[in-house]
Design a binder for this molecule. Structure first.
Ligand SMILES: *[C@@H]1O[C@H](CO)[C@@H](O)[C@H](O)[C@H]1NC(C)=O
Length: 172
């Protein structure tokens, strides 16, 4: 009898311990991952000509060991990069928070067949004309990656991370 009680108590303690080891989560319908991957290239403030191909590499975070790491790549324009508030509950950046979507790509972590296209090794920048931005405004440009994490601990079905790097789009 005592044995059973002790067992329950021990498992209670260990589940408490693992619960407190989990990152704190804000009350929100869109869950933010405690970790984000890293944009390796382009690098911060790299000069990139309008219309040119720029090498692209993103290291996924995959902190909770999912089989697949899907992520969407955007070009955003504004004073600052997009914020997590701009992620919709369908896992995309809100309309108006980006100027171009390069696509959604996926990395397979255990050699399983890819459920989607692998990330490209280059991104093709739009031309200034294609961007059609207000010429009187001054924009900073960012490459932004929205990574999706499926089946992470903490009873959250899916969570997202957002990371950006500023690039210097230049006329040629
Ligand atoms: C992005 O989020 C910020 C902060 O909540 C908000 O001010 C801004 O309007 C949002 N932008 C878009 C396009 O939703």
């Amino acid at each position: 009898m005592h044995f059973t009680v002790a067992l329950i108590f021990t498992s209670l303690l260990s589940s408490l311990a693992s619960a407190t080891a989990l990152p704190k989560r804000e009350a929100s319908t869109v869950w933010e991952s405690p970790f984000t991957g890293t944009i390796v290239t382009p690098t911060a403030d790299q000069a990139v000509p309008f219309g040119a191909d720029v090498p692209f590499e993103y290291d996924v975070s995959a902190w909770c060991e999912p089989a697949f790491s899907p992520f969407t790549v955007y070009l955003t324009a504004g004073q600052n990069p997009p914020v997590f508030d701009n992620v919709t509950d369908s896992g995309a950046l809100a309309d108006g928070a980006f100027v171009l979507e390069f696509g959604k790509f996926v990395v397979s972590r255990f050699g399983l067949p890819l459920p989607g296209p692998p990330p490209p090794s280059t991104l093709t920048m739009p031309t200034l004309e294609e961007l059609n931005l207000d010429p009187t405004s001054d924009f900073n440009f960012f490459i932004t990656v929205l990574e999706e994490f499926d089946g992470c601990p903490g009873d959250v079905g899916v969570e997202y991370s957002l990371t950006s790097v500023g690039i210097d789009l230049v006329s040629v």
